[in-house]
Design a protein around this ligand. Structure first.
Ligand SMILES: *[C@@H]1O[C@H](CO)[C@@H](O)[C@H](O)[C@H]1NC(C)=O
Ligand SMILES: *[C@@H]1O[C@H](CO)[C@@H](O)[C@H](O)[C@H]1NC(C)=O
Ligand SMILES: *[C@@H]1O[C@H](CO)[C@@H](O)[C@H](O)[C@H]1NC(C)=O
Ligand SMILES: *[C@@H]1O[C@H](CO)[C@@H](O)[C@H](O)[C@H]1NC(C)=O
Ligand SMILES: *[C@@H]1O[C@H](CO)[C@@H](O)[C@H](O)[C@H]1NC(C)=O
Ligand SMILES: *[C@@H]1O[C@H](CO)[C@@H](O)[C@H](O)[C@H]1NC(C)=O
Ligand SMILES: *[C@@H]1O[C@H](CO)[C@@H](O)[C@H](O)[C@H]1NC(C)=O
Ligand SMILES: *[C@@H]1O[C@H](CO)[C@@H](O)[C@H](O)[C@H]1NC(C)=O
Ligand SMILES: *[C@@H]1O[C@H](CO)[C@@H](O)[C@H](O)[C@H]1NC(C)=O
Ligand SMILES: *[C@@H]1O[C@H](CO)[C@@H](O)[C@H](O)[C@H]1NC(C)=O
Ligand SMILES: *[C@@H]1O[C@H](CO)[C@@H](O)[C@H](O)[C@H]1NC(C)=O
Length: 745
């Protein structure tokens, strides 16, 4: 990466060389500067600050922390990441020799001083990652020498700053603020600017012509900023552009042929917009392209064959468009490809055989298309493949597919939901196991047969979903012995027999050492689950799946094992629509994290243990249609369950707050209004979700159903991938660090 990336280090080096020598001596600094620094420090809240060595009795301010001088004048002030609280005193504008001001990564609040722009020598200004607010002070002739401005991650508002008097401006980063109004394209490139980073603001309207003037621009990012309309044609005349990111706006119109004019382009992200029409087949002009994301637009037509000329390509993400036709890219020419995501389109035909030339491929998502045929044998060569999703297609010959894929040494995630719908049988032989597999989803594939012993060899399995098939036979006891397994969905099959005792000893549901942050799966993908209402739940990481045992709609018999009470990490226990009999064991009240307990439509008898009222996270409870007797416990979460949870038990007394008249019925449904849906969720999950939800909501407006996530019954499983995630996580991690820094300075 060239361009301005080396600029800041270069400037710093020059600067340090320049001031070296005067720095380490005890210098008595200019008295004006001394006064200014003291005034600045008195504007700060000293508590917790790491501003050591600044003292009113010490005139040698040039040796103070973060201060650098040249010929007795203060030229640099770098107090970044020093846990500073308080506001920036306007006295700082008296440091008229200042060249560099770096106050980034603190907790400064209030406005930026009005007179900052009068600092006529200032070349570098970094106020990023604070809590500064109000308008950013610029003026006609302000900041005459400025080269780098970084005010990102603050709460500045009003129109975005422009620097009409700054003839040397090279980098302007105003990301993640609340700047609003339109983008002032005419005022932006007065100087030969190299980078404009405007993402995460609250702009409105279209981008008007004017970027054509930005002949030196190498990076333009305006993600997640509410912009609309078509891209102005002169945008495409920025011939030096290396990185263009306009993700998550509402840009529309077609991507014209002019796209091919970006001959220097390395990274383009136009995902989450409303671009329509075909993807122009002009990529032979973009020979340096490494990253292409056009995901989640309204694009049609075929995959552009000219992508084959972009030999440097690492990432192709065209997910969630309406692309059709065969995948006609010559993958032999793309040896660097890491990620190919063309899921959720209308692509047809077979998986191209030459895809296996991409031996660096780590993620392949072709799910939700109309592809058919068999998995090519040459897939064995994809030795780096970690994540493979081929769900919702028309592939055939599952036995063959599994035989081929078992050879992939790194494969951690395999999702084949709704893919092999020909009524196949789970293969019995020829498979020795998937050594790295952590997530196996074979749901809704019309599969018959029994769970096969080869699955035992997948010792790392954490998530298993083989629901909605025609599988039968007993649930093998060894399944409960897979140490890492914490999410099992066997629902909607014809499994019979009793639930093996081994399920009461599942390590990852008993001990946290197994259940969370273990193993190093690359948490790239976004899992999506749909529930019957059509809402979808999204999991960014394997560990954010709620630990679950979902066995509903089978032919299981025998007792509900009291030992299930050991599984203290379990969040969802669904045994509904089976033939379980006997009582509801008192021991279930030890499942302190349980959110959903569904026992409906079984042959359970006896009374509902009062101890279940201890389950303070229980938000869904269903024992309807059994043979239960006695009274319904009162108190705890039970006051939130309606009679629907209890109907169909002839001898259960439904009148919870009054005299019992015997028969259970829908009558007398009373809700005492205390709708205390658990508001204290289990921390591990909410942290993961909140962190991610924050990033997603800010970046791509995907809805999260935070409460529904707590416990839900799902119809089908599918999953998507998104490169976005990588970027978001970086961002979220940064933010999280920022929060942590603030909370534990
Ligand atoms: C610098 O100042 C400190 C205290 O102010 C003093 O102890 C030290 O000797 C001085 N060093 C020089 C090189 O003058
Ligand atoms: C300190 O700087 C000011 C402003 O540039 C200047 O007027 C003054 O003469 C300087 N004082 C000393 C002691 O150098
Ligand atoms: C400001 O200081 C931080 C170190 O905390 C550094 O990462 C950053 O690059 C500096 N800003 C500029 C513009 O040099
Ligand atoms: C900020 O300071 C903390 C504590 O001194 C340190 O661990 C962290 O690496 C610093 N961050 C940066 C970006 O310099
Ligand atoms: C601006 O500052 C933020 C946070 O300190 C940093 O992540 C970003 O890379 C900086 N921008 C530029 C262009 O250096
Ligand atoms: C754009 O910036 C220039 C220079 O500051 C200013 O004169 C002009 O009014 C601005 N235009 C808009 C639409 O804000
Ligand atoms: C892109 O390049 C073509 C051919 O060189 C030229 O005709 C067209 O005007 C260019 N488009 C723009 C927006 O400059
Ligand atoms: C798919 O793309 C459409 C159109 O841009 C968007 O509205 C929708 O939210 C996207 N879906 C997902 C799951 O990203
Ligand atoms: C599956 O594919 C293999 C290899 O192509 C072939 O030998 C076998 O007959 C196929 N099975 C079915 C059921 O089509
Ligand atoms: C229990 O499961 C059944 C289907 O097996 C479902 O219809 C019902 O809504 C579930 N009960 C609750 C409270 O979620
Ligand atoms: C329901 O329970 C009663 C006694 O508690 C028993 O007589 C009856 O056979 C049970 N019915 C079923 C269907 O299990």
């Amino acid at each position: 990466m060239g361009g301005y990336y080396c600029l800041i280090p270069c400037l710093l080096v020059c600067f340090l060389l320049h001031t070296h020598g005067s720095h380490s001596l005890n210098q008595t600094c200019n008295s004006t500067d001394l006064e200014a620094l003291l005034a600045f420090s008195s504007g700060l809240d000293r508590k917790g600050s790491r501003l050591v060595g600044w003292g009113p009795n010490d005139a040698a301010c040039c040796s103070w922390t973060g201060v650098s001088c040249d010929l007795g004048r203060v030229v640099g002030l770098d107090l970044s990441n020093k846990s500073l609280h308080g506001s920036i005193s306007s006295a700082i504008t008296l440091l008229d020799g200042l060249v560099t001001l770096n106050l980034s990564r603190n907790s400064l609040h209030g406005q930026a001083p009005e007179g900052l722009g009068r600092l006529a020598r200032m070349r570098i200004l970094d106020l990023s990652m604070n809590m500064l607010s109000g308008a950013f002070p610029t003026s006609e002739h302000g900041f005459p020498a400025i080269e780098v401005v970084n005010v990102s991650f603050n709460q500045f508002k009003g129109p975005h700053p422009v620097f009409p008097g700054a003839m040397n401006l090279m980098v302007l980063d105003i990301s993640s603020n609340a700047f609003s109004g339109g983008i002032n394209t005419t005022a932006l490139c007065v100087a030969p600017v190299k980078a404009l980073l405007f993402s995460g603001n609250e702009f409105t309207g279209e981008i008007r012509a004017g970027f054509g003037r930005c002949k030196m621009l190498t990076e333009l990012s305006i993600d997640s900023s509410g912009l609309t309309g078509k891209l102005p044609r002169d945008l495409y005349t920025m011939s030096e552009l290396r990185r263009l990111s306009l993700r998550d706006n509402q840009f529309s119109g077609s991507l014209g042929e002019d796209l091919g004019n970006f001959s220097q382009l390395m990274h383009i992200d136009l995902s989450y917009n409303m671009f329509s029409g075909v993807i122009p087949d002009v990529f032979e002009g973009l020979r340096r392209l490494e990253f292409l994301s056009l995901a989640s637009n309204l694009l049609t037509g075929t995959l552009p064959a000219s992508l084959s000329s972009c030999k440097m390509l690492r990432v192709i993400n065209l997910r969630n468009n309406s692309l059709s036709g065969k995948i006609a890219i010559d993958f032999r020419l793309l040896p660097r490809l890491n990620i190919l995501d063309a899921g959720t389109n209308r692509l047809s035909g077979p998986i191209p055989r030459d895809l296996t030339w991409c031996t660096k491929l780590r993620t392949l998502n072709l799910g939700r298309n109309m592809l058919d045929g068999e998995i090519p044998e040459s897939f064995k060569n994809l030795r780096s493949l970690l994540i493979l999703s081929l769900g919702s297609n028309g592939f055939t010959n599952l036995s063959w597919a599994l035989r081929v894929l078992q050879h992939l040494p790194e494969l951690t995630t395999l999702v084949l939901t709704r893919s092999f719908r020909g009524g196949e049988t789970i293969p019995m032989d020829g498979i020795s196991g998937f050594q790295s597999l952590q997530v196996l989803v074979l749901a809704n594939c019309a599969l018959s047969g029994m769970i096969q012993p080869w699955l035992q060899n997948s010792k790392n399995l954490r998530v298993l979903d083989i629901s909605w098939n025609k599988l039968s036979g007993p649930i093998p006891p060894w399944l409960g012995n897979l140490n890492n397994l914490f999410y099992i969905d066997l629902s909607r099959n014809s499994f019979s027999g009793e639930l093996p005792e081994s399920f009461t000893q599942m390590k990852s549901l008993i001990s946290s050492a197994y259940s969370s942050e273990h193993a190093s799966i690359e948490d790239l993908p976004l899992f999506i689950k749909k529930n019957p209402a059509g809402n979808s739940l999204q999991y960014n990481r394997v560990v954010s799946f709620p630990p679950s045992l979902i066995l509903s709609n089978n032919l299981l018999v025998g007792p509900v094992l009291p030992g299930l009470g050991h599984l203290v990490y379990l969040h969802v226990l669904d045994l509904s629509w089976n033939k379980f009999s006997g009582g509801i064991p008192d021991e279930l009240s030890s499942l302190e994290n349980l959110e959903e307990l569904n026992l409906t439509h079984n042959y359970l008898s006896g009374s509902i243990p009062t101890s279940l009222t201890k389950l303070s996270f229980l938000s869904k409870f269903d024992v309807s249609y059994n043979n239960l007797t006695g009274d319904i416990p009162t108190g705890g979460q039970f006051s939130t369950f309606t009679d629907e949870s209890f109907v169909g038990n002839d001898a259960l007394c439904l009148r919870r707050n009054g005299p019992c008249f015997g028969k259970a019925s829908f009558e007398g449904t009373e809700n005492d209004g205390t709708d205390t849906i658990s508001t204290m969720p289990a921390m591990t999950y909410i942290i993961a979700e909140a962190g991610f939800a924050f990033g997603l909501l800010a970046v791509c407006n995907i809805l999260f159903f935070a409460r529904a996530w707590r416990a839900a019954y799902f119809l089908a499983v599918d999953r998507f991938f998104d490169m976005l995630y990588v970027i978001i996580m970086v961002k979220v991690n940064k933010l999280r660090r920022k929060w942590e820094d603030k909370e534990h300075p």
